[in-house]
Design a protein around this ligand. Sequence first.
Ligand SMILES: Nc1ncnc2c1ncn2[C@@H]1O[C@H](COP(=O)(O)OP(=O)(O)OP(=O)(O)O)[C@@H](O)[C@H]1O
Length: 313
Amino acid sequence: MSTLQELELAAGRPKEVYGEDAKIVCDNLVRIYKTDGIEVQALQGLDLLVRGGELVAIVGASGSGKSTLLNILSGLDTPTAGVARVGGYDLLTMKGRDRLRYRRETVGFIWQQTARNLLPYLNAADNVALPMGFAGKKRRFARRRADELLEMLGVAYCANRRPGQMSGGEQQRVSIAVALANDPEVVFADEPTGELDSGTSQQVFDALRTANAELGVSIVVVTHDHEVTEQVQRTVEIRDGRTSTEVLRRGGEAGGPAEQFAVLDRAGRVQLPREYIDDLRMRDRVRLTKDPDHIGVWPDLGSAGHAPDREGE
Ligand SMILES: Nc1ncnc2c1ncn2[C@@H]1O[C@H](COP(=O)(O)OP(=O)(O)OP(=O)(O)O)[C@@H](O)[C@H]1O
C-alpha cells in the first residue's frame, strides 16, 4: 500500500503522454450511436498509434467500425469519448475554422468512388491544382506541382484528360495526386481499390507506396479485404470496435515474411485471434505460464489436461 507522501510524489511526476510522438493517436476511442432509444457502440475503446511515414492498412469485417473510425479521423464525426489526435490536432475539441484547415492542409482523402475524388468536367491537372487554389497557392505553383505529382504517380500522360477519358486505375492514381496536393501529413484511403480488378489494384498500391516513400507522408488504407496485408508493412485488424491483431512484415518489405502480433492495451489486455482460440478449443479460461522470454497460453483442460508441464515444454 502506498503512503500519502508516495502518492503525492507520483502525482507530481511528469506523465508520459501516450503516443506523444505519433502522427495519429487513438486512445480508448469510443463512439456510441443512439437511434430510437437504442445504443450501438461502434467503437468500444479503440487504441491505435500511427507514426510519421508509416503505410498502414486497417482491415475489418462489415460492421467492425472502420467507417466510424475513418469518419472521426477525417473530421466528419466526433467521438463520444477517448482521445483522437492527428498531426497535433485534437479531434474532440477542434472547432469550425480549425476543422476546415485540418481537412484542407493536414489530411488528404481518397474515397472508393472515383466520382467523389475528381470533378468530371476538369482534366487531371486541374483536378490536382484545385485544392491548392483553395489553400491560396498561386496558379503557376499549383500547375507545376500538379505536373510533378502526376509524373511521380505514373499518370503524367493523363494530365489533359477528364475523368471520363481515364480508366478506373488511372482515376484513382490521379485521386492520390489530388489527396497529396497540399502536402498533407496523413492520407486516408477508404477502399481505394474496391472497384478495381487485381492488376489495376496493384498499380494503385504501387502509387501509394511511391507517395509514402518519396514524400514521407503517412498513409492509412481502410478496407475489408484481408489481401491488402500483402501490399503493406503493417496491417491492423479491427474487431468489434477495437484493434485486435496486427501483421507486421519484417525488414519493411511489403510481400516479405509476415509475423502476427496482438495489441497489448495499457490495462494489459490482449485479444487472441479467433482462429487460434477455435483451433485449440479454448473457452472461458486459459492457463498461463511465464518463461524468462515469453508467456504461454494453454487451453484449460481441467484434471485431464495435457498442457505440458514446464519441464516437458
Ligand atoms: N449513423 C449510425 N447510426 C447508428 N448506428 C450506426 C451508424 N453508423 C454506424 N452504425 C453502427 O456502428 C457499427 C459499426 O459500423 P461501421 O459502418 O463503422 O462499420 P464498417 O466496419 O465500416 O462496416 P462496412 O465495411 O460495412 O462499411 C455497426 O453496428 C453499424 O450498424
